[in-house]
Ligand binder design. Structure first.
Ligand code: ZN
Length: 251
């Protein structure tokens, strides 16, 4: 029998099932008997198991090992780790070249190659050391790509909205996507490269709107909506993919 959380309510007229973050919740009218709910769960168990497995595989953090998956521009990609004379990070898929990020096509399958240089690789004595090296190279790659893409999008959006920052930084943040200060400087987290373009655009618009309002007042959100009518979709995407959107330190 699957474990589940039961929430009864007086107003509810039907049974409902929800699988979220790997947990099952059943909502039921107050008069429904427990035995009936158990039968209901049993009948749905194949569907529930499939859902749970699906969520577990999605919720897995990137562990920087061969075959591990991570998000790039909102798409799942898998890591292929190798060694060669020169260190390099690149997509094998011919559709995606580093300078062609904006024309990305829906890929059938994409592999992100992380090549460790022979010189460095001979010094990596353990799996942990390799993992750390892969993470380091990936971070440098994400930063470099973000410096191109985010700046490019920012220029387009800045022109369209007439909101222009005094300075732009691309850096790593632990728990935020961007920031704006009272000197008119905006900063963006290079991990934004994990999110789709429409989310990147929203975060840029969000920070640029802080040039007008340095708070999250109603007027601020009205300005965001004016420049990004679909901003709720971007916020939803971010909260849906939260568990995949930051990297753990290898240990
Ligand atoms: Zn904000």
């Amino acid at each position: 029998m699957l474990e589940y959380q039961l929430i009864r309510s007086k107003r509810r007229k039907t049974l409902s099932l929800q699988v979220k973050h790997g947990r099952v919740t059943v909502r039921a009218p107050h008069y429904v008997k427990s035995a009936f709910i158990d039968t209901f769960i049993q009948e749905k168990s194949a569907w529930l198991q499939a859902k749970l497995v699906e969520q577990q595989s999605i919720a897995k953090f990137c562990d920087f090992s061969q075959g591990a998956s991570l998000l790039f521009l909102g798409e799942q990609v898998s890591l292929n780790i190798g060694t060669a004379k020169q260190a390099r990070v690149f997509f094998a898929d011919k559709l995606v070249t580093d300078t062609d990020l904006l024309r990305i096509q829906q890929p059938a399958f994409r592999q992100l190659n992380v090549v460790i240089s022979n010189r460095v690789s001979t010094k990596l004595a353990s799996d942990l050391a390799i993992t750390k090296q892969v993470k380091k190279q990936l971070e440098a790659y994400f930063k470099q790509q973000a410096e191109k893409l985010i700046i490019e999008r920012l220029e387009v959006i800045s022109e369209r909205t007439s909101l222009t920052p005094t300075k732009v930084n691309i850096r790593q943040y632990r728990a935020r996507w961007g920031s704006c200060n009272n000197r008119g400087e905006v900063s963006f987290n290079y991990f934004l490269m994990m999110t789709p373009l429409f989310v990147i655009d929203y975060v840029i618009i969000h920070e640029l709107c802080h040039l007008e309002f340095l708070n999250h007042s109603k007027s601020f959100w009205q300005l965001v909506e004016q420049h990004s009518p679909d901003y709720q979709k971007a916020k939803q995407w971010l909260s849906h993919h939260q568990s995949q959107l930051y990297w753990l330190n290898p240990s």
